[in-house]
Design a binder for this molecule. Structure first.
Ligand code: ATP
Length: 157
């Protein structure tokens, strides 16, 4: 199964804009043409939803989320950046583990079981991709997904 990832990314972006009108969403797409990525559409959609849900959940004060899409000849990269509470270096090592939650007491009222990111990582790695995190407490987080490109269809074809 292959997916037009830019189209999917834009759709998820539009859905979140509609569902969370209190947030400012930006989309920066630097991808030219249509890179074809071998991933089941629903799986990529689920990963994007997990990252965006988290960005919304953990941004209490500054409600702003930046999405970006870029590509090299080998891979596409999607980034989800928030300006929320951020994650310490110590916790960042563990957020992709099943059932891990940074602050159990505080996170409890936000729902969730600490499964989202472990599912996201498992799915992305299943397709030969990577998922990574860059974060700073009090400043926010950036989650990046990279997926290998199968082929490239030119825009005017
Ligand atoms: P769910 O099972 O519903 O996904 P969850 O959000 O707790 O619940 P994960 O998505 O796996 O589970 O996230 C694990 C933990 O990582 C969270 O509990 C939270 O502490 C932290 N975290 C994840 N994303 C962010 C973010 N964007 N900003 C700050 N902390 C985050």
């Amino acid at each position: 199964e292959t997916t037009d990832v830019v189209k999917l990314f834009t759709q998820v972006f539009n859905d979140f804009k509609m569902i969370h009108p209190d947030f400012t969403f930006n989309l920066d797409n630097d991808i030219e043409g249509n890179p074809i990525v071998q991933i089941y559409r629903n799986h990529l959609e689920q990963v994007l939803i997990i990252l965006l849900d988290n960005a919304v959940k953990y941004s209490v004060d500054r409600k702003e989320i930046h999405l970006s899409a870029s590509s090299t000849s080998q891979a596409v990269e999607f980034a989800v950046q928030d300006f929320g509470e951020g994650i310490s270096e110590e916790s960042a090592k563990q957020v992709f583990n099943r059932f891990y939650r940074v602050d159990k007491a505080r996170s409890r009222d936000k729902g969730g079981n600490g499964l989202g990111l472990s599912i996201a990582q498992r799915l992305i790695e299943e397709y030969g991709g990577t998922i990574s995190l860059e974060s700073s407490v009090g400043h926010g987080s950036i989650f990046r997904i990279q997926l290998p490109i199968m082929k490239h269809v030119k825009k005017d074809q």
